[in-house]
Design a protein around this ligand. Structure first.
Ligand code: VTB
Length: 334
């Protein structure tokens, strides 16, 4: 991978964000997702690379585009692996709520963990707490460590947790420490990345979300020098999700073994989930969010706001792009 890829990848997420933003608030989550997928794939096709999707819309038979194993790009050039979530937070997009975005992570061949479509317990925290908090410790211990690392009383800490039945006792435990809980309905990728920056008002992400999204978060936090750990969840009694109705712990363990995961309880560090020599993370807002705004359709232009984090040049770029319409008369500065 080289630096020229950074600009191309930015355009990939911008195009995906624009496509699904047209469906914001329409209550059409599948359509919003499909629009983002198509736009992302089309723009990826124009890049000189031998790209491959390692995390995408699912297995080939259930996803017509950006399926796992799909080759993308011109077919010549560097080998690049992608983990994509063209419309992260489809519900948020469909309901015009904050935090939906087009997002991806890219790395050298073999540089991203091929996460199974399972759940993952996650812990994300700022660089100052990297390697000090630990997913094997209790929430209470981690909040104490965070407080020391950040120089903030526990009562000033904000811990993001997905608002799910499975987190009832986690939320209760966090509250007993005095830290404040910020429940989110969806979108734990944006919440995880927000932990990598100071000033976002969120200090830590705890709890269980989807595993593939965990790899994307890990790539961003690795590049930012933040903390991210993930542990697969295979027990339906822990995940407490309708998605797993009828599945058993034993069946899930067997599926993981089939996928070559010999230690299902392994704690994965950010550097293992995104182990390539270089990683690039890119996200573009569909709706407004914590880190950047969503797409704005204006008379003479369409405005996108994005974030690209790259180890190629150790940058985090917050970019606003004005996509000028033909015959534009007046383009506002901001
Ligand atoms: C998780 C989370 C995502 O959807 O995948 C969640 O990581 C689905 O979890 O950010 P449930 O099955 O418990 O609803 C998101 O929130 C949005 O894609």
């Amino acid at each position: 991978m080289d630096r020229t890829l950074i600009q191309e990848i930015l355009e990939v997420v911008e195009q995906a964000a624009i496509a699904s933003a047209r469906l914001t608030g329409m209550g059409l989550k599948n359509e919003a997702d499909a629009a983002a997928v198509e736009a992302m794939r089309e723009r990826m096709g124009q890049i000189q690379m031998q790209g491959r999707i390692v995390i995408g819309e699912g297995e080939r038979d259930e996803a017509p585009m950006l399926y796992i194993g799909e080759e993308v790009g011109s077919g010549t050039g560097p080998g690049v692996d992608f983990a994509v979530d063209p419309c992260e937070g489809t519900n948020l997009c469909a309901n015009s709520q904050r935090g939906s975005m087009a997002v991806l992570a890219a790395s050298d061949r073999g540089g991203l963990f091929n996460a199974p479509d399972f759940y993952m317990n996650k812990l994300a925290a700022p660089p100052a707490a990297k390697g000090k908090v630990d997913i094997r410790k209790s929430a209470t211990e981690n909040i104490e460590i965070l407080s020391q690392c950040l120089g903030l009383p526990t009562t000033d800490l904000v811990i993001v947790v997905m608002d799910r039945a499975r987190h009832k006792s986690l939320i209760a435990e966090i509250r007993t420490t005095g830290a404040r809980v910020q429940p989110i309905s969806d979108g734990d990728v944006q919440a995880a990345i927000a932990c990598g920056f100071a000033g976002t008002g969120t200090h830590c992400l705890m709890g269980i979300g989807a595993a593939p999204e965990g790899v994307i978060s890990a790539a961003a936090l690795r590049a930012l020098g933040g903390h991210f750990q993930g542990q697969l969840v295979y027990d339906p009694a822990v995940a407490q999700t309708q998605e797993w109705e009828g599945l058993t712990r034993e069946g899930n363990l067997a599926r993981l073994a089939e996928m070559g995961i010999s230690d299902p309880d392994k704690v994965y560090e950010a550097q293992e989930l995104a182990c390539g020599e270089n990683v690039v993370f890119a996200a573009s807002g569909i709706t407004d969010g914590l880190l950047f705004d969503g797409v704005k359709f204006e008379t003479d232009c369409t405005r996108t706001s994005s974030l690209v984090i790259s180890t190629l040049d150790n940058t985090a770029r917050f970019t606003t792009t004005v996509h000028i319409k033909e015959g534009a008369q007046s383009i506002a500065l901001r």
